[in-house]
Design a protein around this ligand. Structure first.
Ligand SMILES: CC(C)(COP(=O)(O)OP(=O)(O)OC[C@H]1O[C@@H](n2cnc3c(N)ncnc32)[C@H](O)[C@@H]1O)[C@@H](O)C(=O)NCCC(=O)NCCS
Ligand SMILES: Nc1ncnc2c1ncn2[C@@H]1O[C@H](COP(=O)(O)OP(=O)(O)OP(=O)(O)O)[C@@H](O)[C@H]1O
Length: 223
C-alpha cells in the first residue's frame, strides 16, 4: 500500500529540512514551493496570467517572474494576494496531482494496485511494500485540502525563532518575515488539521529522530 502524507507548517518552521531527511529514507516528495516556481517559468500560461494581473512590472529583464516585487505587492494586500493565489493554486494542485499519478504509475510491477478511498483512487494491495508520498504544502490549512491526505505532519517553532531563521537564511528582513507570517494560518489552525506535530526548536538530530519515529509508524500501516 502507500500513504499520502502532507507536511505543513508556517514559514521557516523547518518543513524542507525534515522532508529532505525523509526523502533520504525513501519517501517520494512533491515540494509545492518548487512546483510554484515551475508553473510560472517563462513561456507558461501561469506567467502570462500573472502578467495579466500585475502588468509587466512583475517581470525581470530576463523574462522570469520578479519574486521580490510580487512579494511586496501581495503580502500586506490580502485582496491582491487572493487574486494571485486563485491563479497559482489550481496550477500547483494540478501539477502535484500529475507528479503523484506518474509516481503511482512507476510503482506498477513493483507494487500491486487496487482501488481505494484516497483522492487518487489507488492503493497498493496489502502485503505490497509500503510506500510514502509526501506533499510538502506550506498553505495546507489555508487551502482547505487536508482531507486529501491520510496523515498530516505539522512542523512548528516559535515565531521569533522562525523570524531569525528567515533573516539568516532567506534574505528577508524582519518586516518582510512578519508580513508573510501574518498572511498565513495561525499555529492553532494548523494544529487543528494535524495528525502529528513536531516542534523543530531543538537540535536537528532530535528533530530527525522524532520524524523517524513517525515515518516508521507510517511504513508499518496495513492497507
Ligand atoms: C509570493 C512569491 C512570489 C514569493 O516568492 P519567494 O521566492 O520569495 O518565496 P518562496 O516561493 O520560496 O516561498 C517561501 C515561503 O513563503 C510562504 N508563502 C508563499 N506564498 C505564500 C502565500 N501566498 N501566502 C502566505 N505565505 C506564502 C510559504 O511559507 C513558502 O514556503 C511566491 O511564494 C509565490 O508564488 N507564492 C504563491 C504560491 C503559493 O501559495 N505557494 C505556497 C505553496 S501552497
Ligand atoms: N532544528 C533546527 N535547528 C536549527 N536550524 C534549523 C532547524 N530546522 C530548520 N532550521 C533552519 O531554518 C531554516 C528554515 O528551515 P526550512 O527551509 O526547512 O523551513 P521551511 O519550513 O521549509 O521554510 P519555508 O516555509 O520558507 O519553505 C533553514 O536555514 C534550516 O537550516
Amino acid at each position: 500500500m502507500f500513504s499520502r502524507v502532507a507536511v505543513t507548517g508556517g514559514i521557516g518552521a523547518g518543513k524542507s529540512t525534515i522532508t529532505k531527511h525523509l526523502q533520504e529514507r525513501g519517501a517520494f516528495v512533491i515540494d509545492y514551493d518548487e512546483v510554484s516556481r515551475e508553473i510560472v517559468a517563462p513561456g507558461t500560461d501561469g506567467l502570462r496570467r500573472v502578467v495579466d494581473l500585475f502588468g509587466s512590472e512583475a517581470l525581470n529583464a530576463d523574462g522570469t517572474m520578479n519574486r521580490k516585487w510580487v512579494s511586496h505587492e501581495v503580502f500586506g494586500r490580502p485582496d491582491l494576494r487572493k487574486r494571485f493565489e486563485s491563479i497559482i493554486h489550481p496550477l500547483i494542485f494540478a501539477d502535484a496531482e500529475k507528479q503523484e499519478s506518474d509516481w503511482i504509475a512507476s510503482l506498477t510491477g513493483r507494487c500491486e494496485l487496487s482501488q481505494g478511498s484516497g483522492r487518487s483512487g489507488h492503493y497498493c494491495k496489502p502485503g505490497s511494500p509500503h510506500r510514502i508520498v509526501i506533499h510538502e504544502i506550506p498553505l495546507l490549512a489555508e487551502t482547505g485540502i487536508a482531507r486529501w491526505f491520510d496523515t498530516v505532519i505539522d512542523i512548528e517553532a516559535p515565531e521569533e525563532v522562525r523570524i531569525q531563521r528567515l533573516i539568516e537564511s532567506r534574505n528577508l528582513n524582519r518586516a518582510e518575515a512578519r508580513a508573510r507570517i501574518a498572511s498565513q494560518a495561525s499555529e492553532e489552525q494548523r494544529r487543528q488539521i494535524a495528525t502529528y506535530v513536531i516542534n523543530s526548536d531543538k537540535p536537528l538530530q532530535e528533530v530527525y529522530d522524532e520524524a523517524d519515529r513517525i515515518y516508521d509508524k507510517l511504513c508499518h500501516l496495513e492497507g
